[in-house]
Design a protein around this ligand. Structure first.
Ligand code: BG6
Length: 471
């Protein structure tokens, strides 16, 4: 659908950027921080762990000053649960509390809106040892942690995100380092964990509204439009199933407080229905998000999957779908190019995704991740000419403007990532940032910060609140 006139970005539009605690902070065991499941998981061979990351913990002032120079209106970051509660619950760690107080104050001093993710993959290891998300008590520990954050930081933080990409922790937790399931009944246990996380999220939303009536809170899943591989009805049905399992299961619960029917049918077929205790669904129904935050990287193409679909030796990730025998099968999209890590690039699919979410839930949207992972090259004078990243972001921003013109209420865009950090499973040579960090996979070097070409480009875009848009 071509648009003759495009709506402008609202003046209040939150041009931002994102990071997560474990991928950027480092200082993994400093100042009383307890270990998380990420700290205790095995990283793939050939890539760095998260112990130093970009050392933002020690560089936060310099980093926030650079974000201010970039012109950011918002910064989406996460709190490391184990800096606040080293064991997940119990005794509070005052040095961890102070770190986020300082970070938030620093942001506010520069007029940057803090957007706080409560939990981004780094479950306290101590809670994992007590059963992790398989144990209902983890939902209570989460609620207590949330209540603590609301009371500590709620005087300055207006935007809260509950759980980053719960759907990816369920579907790709083995790769991300978050998954630990019962060996005898792995799928059932996985979706029991999912139920407890949904319950935890609902409790967080209720508490937020009780404690901070003026604050806004929302979920932050990874959402992608799903294309059928062909008009063949079986392909369309498989695409519809995958949408329900990957996308709508999470958002239907967050917004409507009910399980998606297709997802439930899928779980029943696998004997993986979660145990739902009396009162759970009432809590889910009472919890209401104020907006939907979502991460978008690309779309997926889905075909019907044979019952004997052989998955041996095939692994997907957040943005590469392999499939499940008899349910859905991922395919390449011949109309799209891929980035250096095999992720297809689909700006138009971004517009479709925004429309689908908005049509379904009619809540304001904020994009909390979108970006291009690439092997950046540092020139002799230290410059990084990441024109490919500028192209990627420009094309996606164009599609936000098109979606706004379509009538979708999008109030912010926080690309991944503000600064170079460590990827979930592909190390720190896969870079996303506007700000370069001088380090290599196994040599942390000077950790010096420098501005990439994309920094200057985004700075000008934010300043002008506009972007050149093509249909
Ligand atoms: C999202 C996560 O899945 O994608 C981030 O929320 C992650 O934590 C981002 O870093 C990019 O993925 P990757 O695997 O390249 O780090």
């Amino acid at each position: 659908m071509n648009q003759s006139t495009l709506s402008q970005f609202p003046r209040s539009f939150l041009w931002g950027a994102s990071t997560s605690a474990y991928q950027v902070e480092g200082a993994w065991n400093e100042d009383g921080k307890g270990p998380s499941v990420i700290d205790m998981s095995q990283v793939p061979e050939g890539v760095t762990d998260f112990k130093v990351a970009s050392d933002h913990y020690h560089h936060y002032k310099e980093d926030v000053a650079l974000m201010a120079e970039l012109g950011l209106k918002a910064y989406r970051f996460s709190v490391a649960w184990t800096r606040i509660f080293p064991k997940g619950d119990g005794e509070i760690n005052h040095k961890g509390v102070a770190f986020y107080n300082n970070l938030i104050n620093e942001l506010i001093q520069y007029g940057i809106e803090p957007i706080l993710t409560i939990y981004h993959f780094d479950l306290p290891y101590s809670l994992q040892q007590r059963g992790g998300w398989s144990n209902r008590e983890t939902a209570d520990a989460f609620a207590f942690y949330c209540e603590t954050l609301f009371k500590l930081y709620g005087d300055r933080v207006k935007y809260w995100l509950t759980i980053n990409e719960q759907n990816m922790m369920i579907l790709h937790g083995d790769l991300i380092g978050t998954k630990k399931v019962d060996e005898l009944n792995p799928v059932k246990d996985l979706y029991q964990q999912n139920h407890h996380m949904l319950l935890a999220q609902a409790k967080a939303m209720i508490l937020c509204h009780e404690i901070l009536p003026d604050a806004k809170i929302g979920p932050a899943p990874n959402i992608s439009a799903i294309y059928p591989a062909s008009p063949k009805p079986e392909d369309v049905l498989a695409a519809n199933s995958f949408s329900a399992i990957r996308n709508w299961l999470y958002l239907d619960m967050a917004v409507y407080g009910r399980y998606n029917a297709t997802a439930i049918s899928y779980l029943r077929a696998q004997d993986a229905l979660p145990e739902i205790l009396p009162g759970d669904m009432a809590i889910m129904a009472r919890a209401k998000p104020d907006f939907i935050a979502f991460n978008y990287y690309n779309t997926h193409v889905i075909a019907e999957s044979p019952v004997d679909f052989n998955l041996a030796g095939k692994t997907g990730d957040q943005q590469v779908t392999i499939g499940e025998a008899g349910v859905y099968k991922g395919c390449d999209n011949p109309y799209l190019v891929k980035n250096e890590f095999g992720w297809e690039i689909d700006p138009v699919g971004f517009r479709t995704t925004m429309r689908e979410i908005y049509e379904r839930y009619a809540l304001p949207l904020i994009v909390t991740e979108n970006g291009l992972g690439a092997f950046d090259k540092v020139e002799e004078d230290g410059s990084v000419y990441d024109g490919y990243r500028i192209d990627f972001l420009q094309q996606h921003i164009d599609q936000i403007q098109a979606a706004i013109t379509d009538g979708v209420d999008v109030f912010g865009y926080c690309p991944w990532s503000a600064i170079d950090l460590v990827s979930t499973h592909q190390g720190c040579s896969k870079r996303y940032g506007f700000i370069h960090v001088d380090r290599e996979e196994f040599d942390v070097k000077s950790l010096k910060r420098s501005k990439k070409a994309s920094f200057y480009w985004y700075q000008s875009l934010i300043k002008n609140n506009t972007s050149e848009v093509s249909d």
